[in-house]
Design a protein around this ligand. Structure first.
Ligand code: S6P
Ligand code: ZN
Length: 197
């Protein structure tokens, strides 16, 4: 791994970085139990295990002082009324922040602390979002046709805790009904994991 300054391109309109070390592809099946409407989830999964989002990572040593960065692309779509989203996580080292820069699309960052504060920030091209230490974060794409594309950067030693959200869910959900896009309290937050049977 080089220890000289380096640069890379994030070309418009594809947004795939010119240098990528790791390409993560997450499917519907990776978010089992996370969408509110489990019947809609099951029906959709029976048809196809669609790709919900992709992450292009630029690797650095996962040690204090380094920064990890990359591109996150959440595809458009819904499970029932609820938009496609990332798994969402706390950082294992809770006292680590993250910054996002929205490059394309429309969406939201759903955030919450272990103490129960929550925040939902709309994302649109040109917006920089600072996620402070202690705040879990989940990206949601709310466009009908366009990907939500964000550039992210965070301390390389932060680590990821997915288990808390997998077990408890997250407090706020983003749905679309006749009235338009709504930010709602999750009906399943803090329940035992929703069974997929
Ligand atoms: C990592 C950072 C992003 C997410 C990506 C996918 O700290 O927040 O790279 O990993 O947006 O989300 P998730 O919740 O599946 O890691
Ligand atoms: Zn993160």
């Amino acid at each position: 791994m080089q220890n000289q300054p380096f640069s890379l391109m994030i070309p418009y309109p594809g947004f795939r970085p010119s240098h990528v070390d790791n390409h993560i592809v997450r499917h519907l099946s990776d978010l089992e139990g996370q969408f509110s409407n489990q019947d809609a989830y099951k029906q959709m999964l029976e048809k196809k295990d669609v790709v919900l989002y992709e992450v292009y990572e630029i690797k650095r040593p996962e040690i204090a002082g380094e920064i990890l960065m990359g591109i996150s692309i959440v595809h458009p779509g819904k499970v029932g009324d609820e938009f496609f989203m990332t798994k969402g996580h706390f950082h294992t080292i809770l006292d680590t922040a993250e910054m996002y820069y929205c490059l394309h699309g429309e969406g939201f960052m759903v955030m919450e602390t272990p103490e129960g504060e929550s925040a939902v920030e709309p994302l649109a091209p040109g917006k920089v979002l600072y996620v402070p230490p202690r705040w879990a974060h989940r990206s949601v794409c709310s466009s009908r046709q366009e990907d939500l594309v964000t550039f992210f950067a965070y301390p390389a030693n932060a680590g990821h805790n997915y288990g808390t959200i997998e077990d408890k869910g997250i407090r706020k959900i983003i749905i679309e009904r006749d009235k338009g896009i709504e930010i709602k309290d999750s009906p399943h937050f803090n329940e035992k994991p929703i069974s997929n049977e």
